[in-house]
Design a protein around this ligand. Structure first.
Ligand SMILES: Nc1ncnc2c1ncn2[C@@H]1O[C@H](COP(=O)(O)OP(=O)(O)OP(=O)(O)O)[C@@H](O)[C@H]1O
Length: 787
């Protein structure tokens, strides 16, 4: 539904803000109060504590309803098969580790298909229908593995490496073990590099490797893995320590791209001349813009460094077919599509494509594109989600978003408490995660200060100028006692460093966690670990947690902000329903976003509707007036909390602006659905517990003086925080209080205008907050928002 007409910001009385030092202020205020029918007016704006259930857009929520969707009776598509690992060429010792340490007994379909290919010619298994002739790779092929989320791709690439190295450790020993001369030295350097897009995924893969390396000591009393070491180098860790580890030799190196490139360029002792495997986990993400340049440089350096002659000690050993000739490149993801071809022409040599649906096939230049098909019988390549995953959506008007989220979470936590499993909520930006985290942690606690007129005056001052000046503007008024700045800062610091918080708002003993790219690395790591170990709890996060993370017992995914890319949709929902287990994924959509449903369906996603009424009724009470009252009461409580402290308002505003900015990063293909112009900004503000849309960006760190100076230097520049206008590019359109939704000229401006290229990005590309704000379809390319 195109409701542009209704989507005007209806905040009444947009009169210019008056000077709060005006001696006539109190008289004028009184007048304003009178004129607005007794309602409070601040700076020309009526402070309306509006109802949640009035003035919402009209929409037909059944428009895209599909009654046929049901995942209840579906056979899980990513569960283990009836096959055995023995038949695939995995040794008993490794199978023991799989059974005992990882509770893995039977392979999944993709493991069944990919393991023989990856174990290589030395295993004597005919894995592909058209084995390579005697090429330079001598039977060891590059491999592209595409399989649903939670189908065990990590073991798919790790097991063959381990199997081959374990076999290589013993291949020249005598059968009895006497006169053993097996290979094994850490000094060989790095033989496998595994690249992941996020630090958490790197941490996870390293953990799995370490478990696999606890291979039992066999009868010949020689532990095959004694020389193998798994190590991790990621951004945020101490480089000096990493260098020391690399000097000693790290057999399996797990890394994020930026940090790997850094070591390849700067760490002399990082020896990869004997490199045999390069794995790109979440390859499509690594091939994305942002990592593209880094990856190119990595590939180039690997090509150069692996040309070096092997050390004399290993020359003989490495000729055995257990070791791949050259190095084998493996790409993995649930959403590999045409992107892979970018690399296929350079780093991959006629790769074999393996998925769960058919026999492995070679991918040559002549092979049709993965997501195209001329043949009607041959279904076009769409993404697929685990069949047992129950996908649902709820159309939620903007004003009701926040209470609907609270209602959903409360209901889930109340339902089965300990057994309900974990919940992950996805937001579009770090600021929004921070805001909601704070809200869930504190809004259920009693307020320490009253939300009175003085506080609202403080907020009015915030509206007009730098946050720092608000103290001045309300300086001579009596206020509720406030904590000193130092105390507040210390409290914030302590709050920042806690990996989780209790949320009284959601119920007894409910813990909330948060994860995003702006957190200090140690907080990120401990949060990830603690949420991983917890049996219950709610993780609020950005897409930094969307890829690859295998967090046990996640029962439900909530996409509070829709993803900006269909691939992200698939990965986000894939954090549940793993390895054949059940799971639910709920998508929140605005009425103006309903046309996203046919897009999802066209991509093979079966998604059913749950109405917002039933969502609210499940928590607040069955009768309409009861759940409306309950929702309104909750919203009021949240608004009161936000209004109670200056910091809360700042958090809310930052989150509001960053979210709108993130909204503008939806790709061109989905712009007709997700367009800032379609947003009702007043209603969106309500979903951040703000009583009205903030009219301009505030920067708590800048003094008014600095801002004025900037204005002088660059007249005409918009007053957006950190706004980095390209030199020579004059921005047209309204200056000063630019509203989102208003088309901006100067398309190639920074921030929203263009997806930022990160030279050495080792994380999701990141821009933290509302540094600039443009609106409308400014570019065809997807833009990058910090997550
Ligand atoms: N054959 C198996 N049987 C039982 N569990 C398995 C099997 N293979 C892997 N697992 C377990 O399944 C979980 C998911 O595996 P993994 O993270 O490798 O999935 P994935 O396909 O890489 O998912 P994603 O696409 O989300 O990254 C892990 O906990 C892993 O230990």
């Amino acid at each position: 539904m195109d409701d542009d007409g209704m989507m005007l910001n209806l905040v009444p009385g947009k009169a210019k803000a008056s000077d709060s030092q005006d001696p006539k202020q109190s008289t004028r205020k009184k007048d304003e109060k009178d004129q607005s029918g007794g309602k409070k007016v601040i700076h020309g704006k009526v402070q309306v504590q509006s109802s949640l259930f009035t003035a919402n857009p009209e929409y037909d929520q059944d428009q895209h309803k599909d009654n046929t969707v049901s995942s209840k009776d579906q056979q899980p598509s990513n569960a283990p098969t009836a096959n055995m690992f023995e038949s695939l060429g995995i040794s008993n010792e490794l199978i023991q580790v799989l059974n005992n340490k990882l509770q893995v007994t039977r392979p999944t379909l993709v493991q069944q298909r990919a393991l023989p290919v990856l174990l290589g010619p030395a295993q004597g298994v005919q894995a592909i229908s058209d084995p390579l002739p005697d090429t330079k790779k001598k039977g060891d092929v590059d491999v592209v593995v595409q399989a649903q989320t939670g189908s065990g791709k990590t073991l798919t690439y790790l097991l063959p490496m381990l199997q081959r190295l374990v076999a290589a450790s013993t291949f020249n020993s005598t059968p009895s073990g006497a006169n053993f001369t097996g290979f094994g030295s850490r000094a060989i350097g790095t033989v496998a590099i595994i690249l992941t897009p996020t630090r958490e995924l790197a941490q996870q893969v390293t953990n799995v490797l370490n478990q696999l390396l606890t291979l039992p000591r066999p009868a010949d009393a020689y532990r095959r893995t004694h020389w193998m070491v798994a190590g991790m180098v990621i951004g945020g860790d101490s480089k000096a320590k990493e260098k020391a580890r690399l000097r000693k030799g790290v057999t399996f190196l797990v890394s994020t791209p930026g940090r790997l490139l850094d070591h390849l360029q700067n760490t002399q002792s990082f020896d990869i001349r004997h490199l045999k495997w390069l794995v790109l986990d979440e390859a499509d993400r690594l091939l994305d813009l942002g990592f593209e340049e880094t990856l190119k440089q990595i590939m180039q350096l690997i090509q150069e460094k692996t040309k070096a002659e092997p050390l004399a000690t290993y020359r003989h050993t490495l000729t055995h077919p257990l070791w791949p000739r050259g190095h084998q490149t493996i790409l993995c993801s649930a959403t590999l599509r045409d992107d892979v071809r970018q690399l296929a022409g350079t780093a991959l040599v006629d790769p074999v494509f393996v998925n769960a649906n058919g026999t492995p096939t070679r991918l040559t230049a002549a092979t049709p594109a993965l997501n195209e098909s001329d043949n009607a019988d041959d279904a076009p390549h769409t993404f697929s989600a685990p069949t047992q995953l129950q996908q649902t959506y709820t159309i939620v008007p903007a004003k009701l978003r926040l209470v609907s989220l609270i209602a959903f979470l409360r209901n889930r936590m109340k339902k089965k408490q300990a057994k309900s499993g974990k919940i992950i909520v996805f937001f579009s930006c770090c600021d929004s995660v921070d805001f909601h985290y704070d809200l869930l942690a504190h809004a259920g606690n009693p307020l320490t200060t009253d939300v009175d007129e003085d506080r609202e005056d403080m907020l009015a001052a915030l509206e007009d100028d730098d946050v720092g000046d608000s103290e001045k503007k309300t300086g001579n008024k009596k206020r509720p006692p406030r904590k000193t700045k130092k105390v507040r800062e210390q409290e914030q610091l302590d709050f920042q460093r806690q990996p989780c918080q209790e949320s009284k708002l959601l119920g007894d003993d409910v813990r909330v966690y948060r994860l995003h790219g702006d957190l200090p690395q140690d907080v990120r790591s401990s949060t990830f670990q603690q949420f991983n170990d917890a049996s219950n709890g709610i993780l609020l996060c950005t897409d930094v947690a969307a890829r690859g993370l295998d967090l046990p017992n996640v029962a439900c995914i909530i996409q509070y902000d829709p993803p900006t890319d269909m691939k992200d949709y698939v990965h986000r929902i894939g954090r549940t329903a793993r390895l054949g287990k059940a799971g639910e994924a709920r998508l929140f959509l605005l009425p103006s976003e309903m046309d996203y449903l046919p897009i999802l369906k066209a991509q093979g996603m079966a998604i059913a509707q749950v109405t917002v009424e039933s969502l609210l009724a499940d928590t607040f009470g069955k009768l309409r007036h009861v759940y409306e009252a309950g929702a309104q009461e909750t919203q009021d409580q949240l608004e009161r909390y936000v209004l109670s402290e200056e910091e809360n308002v700042i958090l809310g505003r930052k989150a509001y602006w960053s979210s709108i900015r993130a909204y503008a990063t939806h790709g061109a293909a989905e712009k007709h659905v997700f367009h800032v112009k379609k947003l009702h900004l007043g209603h969106i503000a309500k979903s951040f517990a703000l009583r009205e849309a903030p009219s301009q960006l505030q920067d708590p760190n800048k003094t008014k003086k600095k801002k004025d100076a900037k204005q002088e230097r660059m007249p005409g520049k918009m007053k957006f925080r950190d706004g980095k206008q390209q030199p020579g590019k004059q921005q047209s359109g309204k200056q000063g209080k630019q509203q989102p939704g208003k088309q901006q000229q100067g398309k190639k401006g920074p921030g929203l205008g263009k997806r930022k290229r990160m030279g050495n990005a080792d994380e999701f590309a990141i821009i933290s907050s509302a540094s600039t704000l443009a609106a409308g379809p400014t570019t065809k390319k997807k833009k990058l928002v910090k997550n």
